[in-house]
Design a protein around this ligand. Structure first.
Ligand SMILES: Nc1ncnc2c1ncn2[C@@H]1O[C@H](COP(=O)(O)OP(=O)(O)OP(=O)(O)O)[C@@H](O)[C@H]1O
Ligand SMILES: [Mg+2]
Length: 329
């Protein structure tokens, strides 16, 4: 941690004058975040940055460490090691944080006896936000006046997510940290969320959102940080990650194709939907197959297959079926 980060003086002024003008132009910086629970390491040496104007997807299977990382980012869970700054400061050092960072960690963590409108009004009062903003927000998250009068205990999951996103946006923050905001939304709801976050980012805002579904972040995010078993396994621009899948090849007889590739010294892995994935260029793969007299039925850039394959492997590593199998062994 630098001296500047440790220096508590004039935090208010510094952050109030700030939108995203941190040292490196990042809105969020996460460095070496680690969390251990007894002998179990939930999050290990996680580092990434979130840029303004960009939606960053934090992708990983169930139990990968997304929520734990986000809880550490907003000061709810003390890290075992590492640090995170939001707009250049530790979250707990942000004055009136809701005015700078909108956070949605658990949409069901509302008081079930309060109406949606009451929840927003209370949050607005705590943050010192004009109460007119409550109606604006209800409108923005498409909760009808009748719905806003209902107790949140009667809300569907999708309605809770809308209210939670509304609460995160209430203080007109520059940064959003949202844990699984699309969870429980129907396709129209996901489309709505995408438009909302895109507009927020286009206005220069910074968004970090987590998901355990590749397809979901694929449609919403510009950049991806992929986490598996507590560690970052890939990060970068979505387009690049999707494009970096190498070559997908499928033969009439995959067994013979595998032998041909091995004989030609080409490393490969089995693709999720059959055939093989390799980093070798297509002409080299075609050459190897042809030399061995193997007929190909498919040879193309793998596109998203590499990322999907990696994600499926991560998911398989985590799946209950697998752990039960491991436990039996
Ligand atoms: N308070 C805690 N005590 C012990 N272990 C914990 C605690 N909180 C989280 N863990 C463990 O840390 C790991 C990561 O959990 P986390 O909730 O961060 O995963 P996640 O990526 O958010 O998963 P999901 O997609 O299911 O929300 C899991 O193995 C979990 O059991
Ligand atoms: Mg989680």
């Amino acid at each position: 941690m630098t001296d500047a980060r440790q220096n508590a003086g004039a935090d208010d002024e510094r952050v109030m004058s700030r939108t995203h003008d941190t040292e490196h132009g990042y809105a969020i910086e996460v460095s070496g975040l680690t969390k251990t629970y007894g002998a179990h390491t939930a999050v290990e040496d996680v580092s990434f940055a979130v840029r303004p104007g960009v939606i960053t997807g934090f992708l990983g299977p169930n139990g990968a460490g997304k929520s734990t990382t986000m809880r550490m980012m907003v000061g709810l869970t003390p890290p075992s090691a590492g640090w995170c700054t939001v707009l250049g400061l530790g979250y707990r050092r942000l004055p009136n944080p809701g005015r700078h960072v909108g956070v949605l960690l658990d949409a069901s963590a509302q008081h079930p006896g309060r109406t949606g409108r009451e929840a927003l009004t209370l949050a607005a009062t705590v943050m010192g936000v004009d109460l007119d903003r409550v109606d604006e927000i209800l409108d923005l998250v498409a909760l009808t006046p009748a719905e806003a009068r209902r107790r949140t205990g009667t809300y569907s999951l999708g309605m809770r997510q809308r209210l939670g996103v509304g609460q995160a946006l209430l203080g007109d923050p520059r940064v959003l940290i949202l844990d699984e905001p699309a969870n429980g939304l129907d396709p129209a709801g996901i489309h709505w969320m995408r438009g909302l976050l895109r507009g927020f980012a286009d206005d220069g805002g910074s968004v970090l959102l987590s998901s355990h579904l590749l397809r979901e972040v694929e449609v919403i995010a510009d950049e991806l940080v992929v986490i598996g078993r507590g560690r970052i396994v890939a990060q970068g621009a979505k387009q690049e990650l999707l494009a970096s899948g190498g070559t997908l090849v499928r033969g009439v007889d995959d067994q013979r194709l595998a032998t041909a590739l091995t004989d030609a010294g080409i490393a490969f892995t089995s693709a999720a939907d059959g055939g093989y994935l390799t980093q070798a260029p297509a002409d080299q793969v075609a050459g190897a197959a042809s030399a061995a007299g193997v007929v190909l039925v498919e040879l193309r850039p793998a596109e998203g297959a590499g990322l999907e394959d990696m994600f499926l492997r991560l998911t398989a590593d985590h799946s209950r079926e697998n752990s039960q199998e491991r436990a039996r062994r």
